[in-house]
Design a protein around this ligand. Structure first.
Ligand code: ZN
Ligand code: ZN
Length: 132
């Protein structure tokens, strides 16, 4: 069982099953909606996920993308894409134990900030067709 929530504790979630697609996303939308140079995500089946406390604010970041945030403290929690309704992405760093899911690759490297110097040895892709 994976559990997590926002910084202030208002919104909590849990996910069962195995996490996949462990990535650091450098796309400009993740960057601007978080105020951070990149955002780390994992994916679980939508049916394995639920918010267990609080009601997050939903924001359509693009025509296809829906992001959830804590309405009080602003922590970004989830991402859903209309093309993959059976999946939900969650921010690794909103987990109670982010050490449990280390990212496996970098995506949207075409948008990576020049002053970010990666030294983790992970592969990077552009993934221009999976815009978040
Ligand atoms: Zn909060
Ligand atoms: Zn992104």
């Amino acid at each position: 069982m994976l559990t997590g929530g926002c910084y202030c504790g208002l919104v909590r979630y849990q996910a069962e099953g195995s996490a996949s697609h462990l990535v650091n996303c450098h796309c400009s939308i993740c960057r601007r909606t978080s105020g951070a140079p990149f955002v780390s995500w994992f994916t679980v089946p939508r049916t394995a996920f639920q918010f267990t406390q609080g009601t997050p604010t939903q924001f359509k970041s693009t025509e296809q993308g829906l992001r959830c945030f804590c309405p009080d403290c602003g922590t970004q929690l989830s991402f859903q894409h209309v093309d993959t309704p059976d999946e939900i992405d969650l921010t690794i760093c909103s987990l109670d134990n982010p050490e449990s899911l280390p990212p496996e690759k970098h995506i949207h490297m075409e948008s990576k900030l020049s002053w970010i110097s990666l030294a983790d040895g992970l592969a990077g892709t552009s993934e221009a067709n999976s815009e978040e």
